[in-house]
Design a protein around this ligand. Structure first.
Ligand code: FES
Ligand code: FE2
Length: 414
């Protein structure tokens, strides 16, 4: 009997996916002085996005948030990544689980709220959070414990062969690094932390695990591809141009060439700052006390890293910021963001005021980046969209390309 084709095999037969994979992708992954851009269809094609879901989002470590969001046993939050509803729960004081939030009965998302106002009755369920010792599906009251095991199911005793003890919510691998929680749908994936190499060393003195989580936010439905977002975040070429006058503390020419190894799980970049104790805010200077464990070199260097496909992390000398990028389609993303501050600074009155200033300052930069991202996406849909060469100041893009092409080629040889 022929076995049914799995999703990946189907996608590899898609004409649009094949048309991309048959192109010279290796040219994107060359060193920066030789590399060219990805085929534009990588950013727009619906079936290629489905292919990326299979070879990237179902294989790689996906950052879902901070450990500080669930400090106590029983704390949980829900999140949806590539259409998979998950609940992230602290099942024991030192054990975080990632469970499917889809009820094993008739698939209601167990964390989707009840008692909604009429204008939300037909909306996609919002994400939620809470503290519980169990999850009860509101539909027919099947009850799961924090490990995801089904503990009770009303009126199922007359159903022959139904064994409560055999039923559980699927559970996925979890790894934590520097206070960030990562989930992986692939039970065979290599651990993340050993593949972060030098980036972990670069930022070690910030002691991110101990930092306090400041304001968090979310922007839904931004109209560009997930890779456009990361590319804009990690290349410095545009800093002196698009942000001219605003980015002087971390200029384009300060980029320091950085090696990329084939097993790297981070696209890391360093930029020599033009002043000591820089910070990305309207004053350019650190507003909170500079983190006292930083070396002289760290006080004069800006460090950014993308741990694809979801996390961007940037360091300031008095704080850190992160951004989580979740595609909802080939040309749309949701973005969550947050700030990290040395303990004690985030919630002081002065700290709150400074956070407001910092956020307002970053908004100016965002007001230049976001319209550009939208305009790039529009350009990528054009039949005249280019596969251009790069400037030396865009080296992280060649590294990101290499990371991507490794995964695109992992299932397809030309
Ligand atoms: S769908 Fe969850 S109990 Fe029926
Ligand atoms: Fe920018």
């Amino acid at each position: 009997m022929p076995t049914p084709m799995n999703r990946l095999e189907q996608l590899l037969r898609s004409p649009s996916v094949r048309a991309i994979l048959d192109q010279d992708l290796e040219a994107c992954a060359l060193d920066i002085d030789q590399a060219i851009g990805l085929p534009p269809a990588c950013y727009t094609d619906a079936e290629f996005y489905e292919f990326e879901k299979e070879v990237i989002f179902r294989k790689e470590w996906l950052c879902v948030g901070r450990e500080a969001q669930i400090p106590n046993q029983g704390d949980w939050f829900s999140i949806t990544i590539v259409e998979e509803p998950l609940v992230i729960v602290r099942a024991e004081p030192h054990r975080i689980l990632a469970l499917s939030a889809v009820c094993r009965h008739r698939a209601r998302v167990i964390t989707a709220l009840e008692d909604l106002p009429p204008d939300q009755w037909t909306c996609p369920p919002a994400e939620s959070s809470g503290n519980s010792q169990r999850f009860r599906c509101p539909y027919h009251f099947w009850v799961y414990d924090l490990e995801g095991r089904l503990r009770s199911a009303p009126e199922m005793s007359r159903t022959p062969g139904f064994e409560t003890s055999e039923i559980a919510l699927p559970s996925f691998r979890v790894e934590t690094w520097n206070g960030f929680i990562f989930v992986n749908f692939d039970e065979h994936a290599d651990p993340l932390a050993p593949r972060l190499h030098q980036f972990t060393d670069w930022i070690e003195n910030w002691h991110l695990t101990d930092m306090e989580l400041g304001d968090r936010g979310e922007i839904a439905d931004l109209p560009w591809n997930w890779k456009v977002m990361h590319e804009n975040s990690i290349e410095s070429y545009h800093s002196d141009r698009l942000h001219r006058g605003l980015h002087e503390s971390v200029p384009s020419g300060g980029v320091i060439a950085t090696p990329f190894h084939d097993d790297d799980a981070v696209i890391a970049t360093r930029i020599r700052a033009s002043l000591r104790d820089y910070s990305l805010n309207p004053t350019y200077h650190a507003l909170l006390p500079v983190i006292d464990t930083l070396t002289d070199e760290q006080r004069e260097t800006s460090y950014f890293g993308v741990i694809p496909p979801t996390l961007l992390l940037g360091m300031n000398t008095d704080s850190a910021l992160y951004r989580l990028v979740y595609p909802t389609g080939p040309q749309h993303i949701n973005v969550k963001f947050g700030n990290l501050f040395p303990r004690g600074d985030a919630h002081s009155r002065r700290g709150r005021e400074i956070r407001k200033m910092t956020t307002a300052g970053l908004l100016v930069m965002t007001s230049q980046d976001f319209p550009t991202d939208a305009a790039v996406q529009k350009g990528l849909r054009s039949r005249y969209a280019p596969r251009s060469r790069y400037s030396w100041q865009e080296e992280p893009l060649a590294h990101l390309n290499r990371w991507l092409v490794q995964r695109y080629r992992s299932v397809h040889s030309r």
